[in-house]
Design a protein around this ligand. Sequence first.
Ligand SMILES: NC(=O)c1ccc[n+]([C@@H]2O[C@H](COP(=O)([O-])OP(=O)(O)OC[C@H]3O[C@@H](n4cnc5c(N)ncnc54)[C@H](OP(=O)(O)O)[C@@H]3O)[C@@H](O)[C@H]2O)c1
Length: 271
Amino acid sequence: MIGDNSPFNLDGKCAVVTGGTKGLGRAIVEALASHGARVHTCARTEADVDACVAEWRARGLDVTGSACDVSSRASRADLCARASDLFRGKVDILVSNVGFNTRKPTVDFTPEEYRALMDVNLESSFALCQLFHPLLVKSRDGCVLFNSSVASLVSMQSGVVYAMTKAAMNMLTKYLACEWAKDGIRVNAVAPWYINTPLAKQVLADPVYAKAVIDATPAGRVGEPEEVGAASAFLCSRAASYVTGQVLAIDGGFSVNGWKPPTKKLPASKL
Ligand SMILES: NC(=O)c1ccc[n+]([C@@H]2O[C@H](COP(=O)([O-])OP(=O)(O)OC[C@H]3O[C@@H](n4cnc5c(N)ncnc54)[C@H](OP(=O)(O)O)[C@@H]3O)[C@@H](O)[C@H]2O)c1
């Protein structure tokens, strides 16, 4: 529990988090709710939403949920209408978390694969921001958080279209931070590296690949969903009241880890 006067306290804040039934979205829902926020979340699979909401409510977390496909315009409008009803026309925190990846060489992408990544990862975030803007303005202390990726910062063979969607999301973060500051809205993004989620676990099941990931990470391990949740709760809280337009890498140092010399000890003259 967070103390009443703590700048990390989210008591009274109303939050919407997309894709909250699994992985990082789930960790973000739990972090915001355990810091005191009322949270509404969504996913496409209604049974998962219902099961998660029941579990959270049993744990005393103030979370509701509904089915929504963020790549559908009608479904996004329904999500916004529900949140508006639930929170009486005001939303303090919007977390656009949903995203997926297709990994393949650039020349192999079909137009359909390209379109799906753009729709789900990027256009949905842009459109949700447009839809929720009036509700965030009513907050007078609004906050948007995007779930980007370190693939937006450095080339890492993640699949170019995924990286493009996340890099554009970073620019959306910076642009909206400037445009919406006058509305009292801060806009930031988290950029995780490998985090132990169902999506990442599939890739990390290959031990050779997993070792390469660990070797490239100064912290010597992959991240945990709770670590993304905690950083997200910070960015959505009063503790980050002067932080806007930032993309925070949550990566154990991966994105600042430059070239490594082949030997551990270099002659003094070469240092
Ligand atoms: N995991 C990592 O290591 C990692 C690293 C960097 C960045 N990220 C980013 O973090 C975000 C979440 O990734 P994750 O690994 O937590 O994913 P995940 O484990 O696959 O969970 C995705 C969540 O979003 C929901 N969802 C998927 N498509 C949706 C749609 N069209 N509309 C509404 N909900 C949808 C899923 O439920 P349904 O399937 O029922 O819809 C689920 O709740 C993504 O933006 C990803 O790019 C993840």
